[in-house]
Design a protein around this ligand. Structure first.
Ligand code: NI
Ligand code: MN
Length: 225
């Protein structure tokens, strides 16, 4: 079993009852996140890239809970230089951790630290945990290789940005879902700030028009996958 909690923006918690993992923990300074950082506990922190709305509270959470940060090489080195435990990976590589298998995928975006240093390539991530496979695209534009990602792993749940401006908008995110053909698509990276305002129900109806399933989660909502 796998429970997925949507904290808002691109931040999700995956919990299989034994292991808890948080992806892109942007909590402090996130006006849509319904919980405070004190309420978050995780053993693993997965970062898709270094931008402040993804690295977020990652360093603080890692140090407070002794959590392992999993990221691409350059970002993992940065996190380690700040005193957190890190596991370095890179795009195309998979590894089996105690919680399950994790593989980084390409994403078309940028990745710079809060100090403005470049932090290597941004990424998406495919995580198999609790018998389910989740594809978090990270921040990205649409790309045709998403078809390959959907072919290499049967994706039970795809998390796709719809906010436009910095990432895919609704129409491209619907196309991305068509490429990946997940069991369920969930929109993310919208309505956090005015510049990424979008209607998640337009995404849902667009995906359903393809004969695929989509669901709009409330900020803070948990579902069993
Ligand atoms: Ni970004
Ligand atoms: Mn972002």
């Amino acid at each position: 079993m796998l429970n997925l909690t949507y904290l808002s923006h691109s931040s999700f918690i995956l919990d299989d009852g034994t292991h808890r993992l948080i992806i892109d923990p942007f909590i402090t300074g996130n006006p849509t996140c319904p919980v405070s950082v004190d309420e978050i506990e995780a053993q693993y922190i997965v970062l898709t890239h270094a931008h402040g709305d993804h690295l977020g509270d990652g360093l603080e959470l890692a140090k407070k809970h002794g959590a392992l940060v999993i990221a691409v090489n350059e970002l993992a080195n940065y996190v380690a230089s700040k005193g957190a435990k890190a596991h370095n990976m890179h795009i195309g590589g998979a590894r089996t951790f105690p919680f399950g298998r994790l593989k980084f995928t390409i994403a078309h975006h940028g990745s710079s630290s809060p100090e403005g240093q470049y932090m290597g390539e941004p990424a998406g991530v495919v995580i198999t945990m609790g018998g389910k496979t989740v594809y978090h695209t990270g921040d990205t534009g649409l790309f045709l290789d998403m078809q390959l990602i959907g072919q290499r792993d049967a994706i039970d749940c795809m998390l796709a940005p719809i906010g436009d401006n910095f990432t895919m908008g609704v129409d491209d995110a619907v196309k991305a879902t068509e490429f990946v053909r997940p069991g369920l698509a969930i929109p993310m990276h919208y309505n956090t700030f005015p510049v990424i305002e979008a209607d998640p129900h337009l995404f849902q109806s667009g995906v359903e028009a393809l004969g695929l399933r989509a669901r709009v989660l409330q900020f803070g909502e948990t579902i069993a996958l």
